[in-house]
Write a protein that binds this ligand. Structure first.
Ligand SMILES: [Zn+2]
Length: 154
């Protein structure tokens, strides 16, 4: 019997959901059994002012941790941009992994991704004014007496 790929994926997804649901149910029942004696005996002994201060402290800790996690996820924008590029040994520039016509300056790499401007035989960085030659577009001077006079792209 042959099972199609989509049915296999759905079965695997259902199996993972069932396992995670079982683990969640077990964890909540264990936590409920562990917390119940605390709620019955210790909690009535704590006065409302102390409980309010504990809640306020917990709120502050959650706020600080949430800010820290948000900074880790979205804080360093340039690092996320750099992940989309790879270094090209032949040109000395960084090339976008999915859009190879986009290149970034290697000299300005630590400051962030600086896109290069396309030039006749290479790329130009407008930030640091560095020029990167493209070996595939080298401009050669035609030999004297040939039918091509001046410079030509080879
Ligand atoms: Zn640059």
């Amino acid at each position: 019997m042959k099972i199609s790929e989509t049915i296999k994926e759905r079965l695997l997804l259902g199996l993972i959901a069932a396992i995670l649901g079982s683990i969640g149910w077990l964890a909540t029942s264990i936590a409920k059994d562990a917390v119940e004696p605390f709620l019955k005996s210790v909690l009535p002994a704590i006065n409302n002012k102390t409980l309010l201060l504990l809640c306020l402290m917990l709120f502050l800790v959650i706020l600080i941790l949430g800010t820290w996690v948000a900074f880790l996820l979205w804080g360093d924008k340039s690092e996320r941009e750099r992940k989309h590029y790879r270094f090209d040994q032949t040109t000395g520039t960084y090339v976008h992994k999915t859009e190879p016509q986009q290149r970034a300056c290697a000299s300005c790499w630590q400051d962030g991704v600086r896109p290069l401007k396309i030039h006749q035989s290479g790329w130009w960085c407008l930030k640091c004014n560095k020029y990167f030659e493209d070996p595939a577009r080298i401009v050669k001077t035609a030999p004297p007496g040939s039918h091509i006079s001046g410079r030509a792209i080879v």
